[in-house]
Design a protein around this ligand. Structure first.
Ligand code: S3P
Length: 198
């Protein structure tokens, strides 16, 4: 596992070798509210790639919102749909895929991600995430409660329990706190250029 990145913008996960085939798909992972969808859209535009939002695929396949899937069928059904959607989008090429914040939970998902693309982990602290979620219109349809805790406690707890999964799946991690969407996208582009050259 890479060293703690503190406030630094970027931290590569030094244990991994990134091969050229890993550029086939660019995956963005990280907790809710870390900017995966907006940054993914900008990145795809800059690279002339297709952007795919994994939650969007899940909702389209199910014919209902993420919140409805959770309410009517439960989280475990949602996770099954998520894996099915990931298996299908992992077969695309030249794409940028914004993952749902919990897509890293299953071993099979992490193994699909690692074997089909390069993965960037967008990090942020719990307080900033809570603020962003309150301001984001997508929260209503897309982000049902995942625990019985209040929002900030839930974010803190899940960040802690998911940390090792994000570390496991990511090739690079980026601290997004205090950075604009454009700055983070630019940093990812720079990192891709460096990886390509090495
Ligand atoms: C989830 C995050 C959501 C969505 C679902 C579950 C999670 O995606 O997949 O509500 O477990 O963290 P975003 O990270 O895009 O909000």
């Amino acid at each position: 596992m890479g060293k703690s990145d503190g406030d630094s913008f970027f931290c590569s996960q030094p244990r991994k070798m990134v091969s050229m085939t890993k550029f086939e798909i660019i995956y963005l992972t990280g907790f809710r509210g870390t900017g995966k969808t907006s940054i993914g859209t900008l990145l795809a535009k800059s690279l002339g790639r297709t952007v795919i939002d994994l939650d969007g695929v899940v909702a389209a396949n199910a014919g209902k919102s993420i919140r409805e899937i959770f309410q009517q069928d439960g989280e475990s059904s949602f996770r099954d749909l998520e894996t099915t959607a990931l298996e299908s989008v992992a077969q695309t090429s030249n794409s940028v895929i914004s993952l749902g914040g919990g897509a890293v939970l299953r071993d099979i998902n992490r193994s699909i991600i690692q074997s089909t693309g390069i993965c960037f982990w967008l990090q942020c602290d719990a307080e900033t995430i809570a603020e962003r979620l309150q301001q984001d219109e997508a929260t209503g349809d897309q982000r049902p409660a995942l625990t019985k805790l209040d929002e900030l406690q839930e974010i803190r707890q899940l960040l802690q329990t998911r940390q090792a999964k994000y570390e496991d799946v990511a090739d690079h991690r980026i601290n997004t706190k205090g950075r604009s969407i454009e700055q983070v996208a630019e940093a990812i582009l720079e990192r891709l250029t460096q990886d390509r050259a090495s």
